[in-house]
Design a protein around this ligand. Structure first.
Ligand code: 6PG
Length: 255
């Protein structure tokens, strides 16, 4: 099931996303004793992470049983200005009582292929240890993350699944190194089948510069090579688009 929810501004958008994070983690912990969230990088979700770090919200999260992962990472050290881990550490991890063993960092400092392989191994070990029933997607098995948060670039990419890159064709692996010629760099990313196997997938999109792309992704023809966000089609889970009014402007006009 896909839903698009619009909010006036980034603050109310972050509040809605924080409520969803809390609801999903509380029900997952009640059901299985732990919750798994893969976090989005970039800049938009910083407001969400900062909100979750405030006393009011942080007190509502059972941090001892929440496990945090990353949906993608740049190939940089964890203290680099471009690191998604650093952004989350500064906005959230430094302010909440989450055990270090619950923070599963994507090792961007390793060589790209080594980082992808070691993170995939970490995921496999974690979900095996927690006896999670894997989800079948096109004949392959993937882990059932409770929540995967995603951003969307104005080129339609999500995580580090960029237009016309090799990762868009990956149907077996859980984590890959993806060469992104547009940025002359390597990125590390969860694959689209893994993301699609999650129980809840939430896109978190804000700003007028995303409006045209959002309209194309949601209302335009299916062309995932050009708009990789269209690849995300949850097998069993719920797909929610949390967007602000500025990003939703083209959607409203198209009605
Ligand atoms: C990254 C992100 C990426 C991000 C989009 C949107 O590593 O940059 O994971 O997929 O979500 O680029 O970024 P903004 O939220 O900064 O617009």
């Amino acid at each position: 099931m896909t839903s698009v929810q619009t909010y006036t501004d980034l603050e109310s958008l972050a509040q809605a996303a924080a409520e969803q994070c809390i609801t999903v983690t509380q029900s997952a912990i009640a059901a299985q004793g732990f919750a798994t969230i893969a976090l989005a990088g970039g800049s938009t979700p910083r407001a969400l992470y900062q909100l979750l770090a405030t006393d009011t919200y942080a007190a509502r999260v059972d941090w001892a049983n929440v496990h945090l992962f990353w949906g993608d990472e740049r190939t940089v050290a964890p203290d680099h200005a471009d690191s998604n881990y650093r952004m989350v550490r500064e906005a959230l991890l430094d302010h909440v009582p989450i055990p270090a063993t619950n923070v599963h960092r994507l090792p961007g400092e390793q060589s790209p292929e080594q980082a992808a392989n070691s993170y995939e191994q970490e995921l496999r070990s974690f979900f095996h240890l927690h006896s999670a029933s894997l989800v079948e997607y096109n004949g392959q098995l993937f882990p059932p993350f409770d929540l995967i948060l995603l951003g969307m670039g104005d080129d339609g990419h999500t995580a580090s699944l960029f237009p016309h890159t090799a990762a868009l064709s990956e149907r077996k692996r859980w984590v890959v190194a993806n060469h992104v010629p547009q940025q002359d760099t390597w990125r590390l990313t969860l694959t689209y089948p893994l993301i699609s196997a999650a129980n809840h997938v939430t896109f978190f999109v804000a700003g007028a510069k995303k409006a045209t792309t959002l309209q194309q992704v949601l209302r335009g023809p299916h062309q995932p090579e050009l708009l990789p966000s269209q690849l995300i089609q949850p097998v069993n889970g719920e797909l929610v688009w949390l967007v602000d009014d500025a990003a939703a402007r083209a959607l409203e006009l198209a009605k």
